[in-house]
Design a protein around this ligand. Sequence first.
Ligand SMILES: *Cc1c(COP(=O)(O)O)cnc(C)c1O
Length: 406
Amino acid sequence: MNCELLNKNYALLPESYLFSEIARKIAAFQEKHPEREIIRLGIGDVTRPLVPAVIEAMHRAVGEMADPATFRGYGPEPGYPFLREAVAAAEYGSRNIDIGPDEIFVSDGSKCDVANIQELFSADCSVAIPDPVYPVYLDSNVMAGRGGRLMPDGRYGKIHYMACGENNGFQPNLPPRGTALIYLCSPNNPTGTVLSRATLEKLVAFALDTGAVILFDAAYADYIRDDRLVHTIYEIPGAKKCAVEFHSFSKSAGFTGVRCAFTVIPREMETLRRMWLRRQSTKFNGVNYIVQRAAEAVYTPAGREQTRDVISGYMRNAGVIREGLRKAGYTVFGGEHAPYIWWRLPDGVKSQAFFDFLLEKCAVVGTPGSGFGPEGEGFFRLTAFGDPAKTREAVSRIAEMPAFPA
Ligand SMILES: *Cc1c(COP(=O)(O)O)cnc(C)c1O
């Protein structure tokens, strides 16, 4: 093969050795200390099984697939009407937001949707991403050639990084005029913090004024415990003219292995909506019927109650971590409306060095903040998806931990 033929933008992506290094270090530690029980608070994946209402719906759908009278082959690319109608009613109608089934596109995950949406925009448009954040927004734009030069500090020359940290209360400042795509993630992975209504109003006003598009990832909306906080970008007046929203059943209903999500492109952005429909019809053949019936069941009264209970369980873990670390004298953020706790390390402590220290002293695994962007350095992410008893045990080990040697 002639390597000149390859997309050279891929060469700009650093090997993601952070995560393979983590796996290697855990394995090496366990081999050296077989007697110590490692507790993993690094996982960004759910651990509780699917709820009964979902399982029952899946069994029913499997039965239909066995009967010639109810068997289904290819479905509509943007999703079956039953699911799009359920989403419109439950996610938007219930909040008095008018989003119709034709504005909802069912897919097999938000990761692919947030990664693919950029191909509807011009190859040289400018991009703003929060820092730190879920790495997919950045990497998908680098692959498409919008990153520019990779600089020694790890940043890409053409990307605008919207720093979100303690000094701005994790609320990004406006990007420069001329920014075309603004990615947002609220509640945020990894910081667990929520964008305020005022921040979102400013960003929507900016987008309406400049013609920019907001790409709003609401993967953790169901973890918000306070009804006054913004659950969907369409609560902000004018957002239907400038914002695309991504929702996933992965974290809200335990579908990380089952795969189902939806993306909303409002009629007010008709050209983009039609382009996405065209894109999905060409490159995607829909989510399987059984899974769409499973997703529909999340919105039944039983499904809602059962998934709410699962989320409440994770959020109790989040509270245990948050309060436990606070009592032990640490500064932490997040964990109130998201399954992530963002732990500020003592001044000058590097997050990867801290990973090694925490593993060695406590046999607890977390994720170095530097894996989520330059502003993540000096922070450490713990997740609430673990087993409750092990989570409590991890917190008590951390409370006993000696101070990190600076
Ligand atoms: C987990 C996660 C998703 C969900 O991705 P799926 O492909 O739907 O499983 C999306 N965005 C963020 C920020 C996430 O953490």
